[in-house]
Design a protein around this ligand. Structure first.
Ligand SMILES: [Mg+2]
Length: 393
């Protein structure tokens, strides 16, 4: 497999939509929790083994080296290529040609997505294209969509977002071959507007679909979400329910009501301890007893309400409960080992899943957690959460 050691960040724009903030600070340097947004990107790239980052700057360019330095703080190299403010992204990229590796990662300076470079690169290699773009997987009814991705390839790109059948939105994080630069026409052109349609027409643009939420510095309204997602002290723990918190019913039986619900030994103490350590808790549970008619949905809600009341007495708040009511033969998206419930929680609560933990007692929990990039701990049956305590920071 190829290795990608270089990342190129488009950071020259004026960020007019974020005025007045951007009158004095370029968008990628806007502080989130007192730290410039770009530093979160540098940390993300470092975690993915990137050794050199090139910021393509323009507007208020001098602030970048003054803020980020030469990268030695992160034990990597940061370089800057400053060009005129009015340069479009294609032009900025062409002017940096002398600095570029044969293959590199290109990203927007205002998008944070929990990058997994090796997964992205594996897709790029499998498709054998000159370029692979990352796109967020959305229902085809979503009006923000600007791409149609099928079988790993971008079939359509529509910047106007009006075409039928669009199923994803471009979030950057492209793997590019430097050869692409030779295909960019002369002139001051926008990279995606010019190159995506040309690459799609030549079947040279792969699309890596992700359900992993991303966060953009696009408008002030989105700042609280970005702050939640990037808060470094935040600790998130997903918990399976039956067999992890409470005693599991025998095989093919379910916990039908509160009278037979029983916390596992040590589970309450463990939750209390974890709450003191600052964790936020979310339950992720398969409840096929509903589909099978053995558990009533109202009884399930009653169990959860009483469970939360019992936990509250121990200082434990559950921030969200997600359950799949379907049977194992219904082919739904939500039943574990599918990761959909984890993605739903991540979307609704702005959780960076790659920094979260998941404790369960079943191989399906592990599969779901691995698919969503969550650090998953399996505990032995009958012991539950208490067994995971030493492994949780
Ligand atoms: Mg379980």
């Amino acid at each position: 497999m190829k290795r990608i050691r270089q990342a190129v960040v488009l950071a020259g724009g004026q960020g007019t939509r974020l005025q007045p903030l951007t009158l004095t600070t370029p968008k990628p340097l806007i502080p989130i929790h007192g730290k410039p947004f770009a530093e979160y990107l540098v940390e993300l790239l470092k975690k993915n083994g990137i050794e050199e980052i090139i910021f393509l700057t323009g507007y208020l360019a001098e602030q970048f080296p003054a803020t980020l330095g030469d990268g030695s703080r992160w034990s990597l190299t940061i370089r800057y290529n400053q060009t005129p403010v009015e340069d479009e992204t294609g032009e900025r990229l062409c002017k940096a040609a002398h600095l570029l590796d044969d293959d590199f990662l290109l990203m927007y300076g205002d998008n944070y997505w929990p990058l997994n470079l090796s997964k992205l690169l594996a897709h790029h290699e499998r498709m054998g294209t000159l370029a692979t773009v990352t796109a967020y997987d959305r229902p085809s009814t979503d009006s923000k969509n600007n791409m149609r991705i099928e079988d790993g390839m971008v079939r359509m790109y529509d910047k106007t977002k009006k075409a039928e059948g669009l199923n994803a939105v471009d979030i950057g994080f492209l793997i590019l071959s430097k050869k692409i630069l030779e295909m960019i026409p002369e002139g001051n052109l926008n990279f995606e507007k010019t190159m995506y349609p040309a690459l799609v027409a030549g079947r040279k643009l792969a699309g890596f679909l992700t359900c992993q939420p991303y966060w953009s510095l696009t408008s002030i309204e989105r700042f609280p979400a970005i702050e939640r997602a990037l808060k470094s002290s935040r600790k998130v723990l997903f918990l399976d329910r039956d067999g992890t918190i409470n005693k599991k019913a025998p095989l093919a039986e379910y916990v039908p009501n509160w009278s037979v619900f029983e916390f596992l030994p040590g589970a309450l103490d463990a939750l209390e301890e974890l709450a003191k350590r600052g964790y936020e808790f979310y339950i992720i549970s398969n409840q096929p007893g509903i589909a099978r008619g053995m558990v009533k949905e109202e009884d399930l809600r009653d169990i959860h309400q009483r469970m939360q009341e019992a936990l509250k007495k121990r200082g434990v708040t559950i921030s969200g409960i997600y359950y799949c009511p379907h049977g194992w033969d219904e082919g739904c998206d939500c039943r574990k080992p599918n990761p959909e419930m984890l993605y739903q929680a991540a979307r609704e609560h702005d959780i960076d899943l790659t920094r979260a933990y998941f404790v369960g007692d079943d191989e399906r929990d592990k599969e779901a957690g691995d698919a969503a990039g969550v650090q998953t701990i399996l505990v032995p049956e009958g012991i539950g959460l208490a067994a995971a305590l030493p492994q949780l920071p």
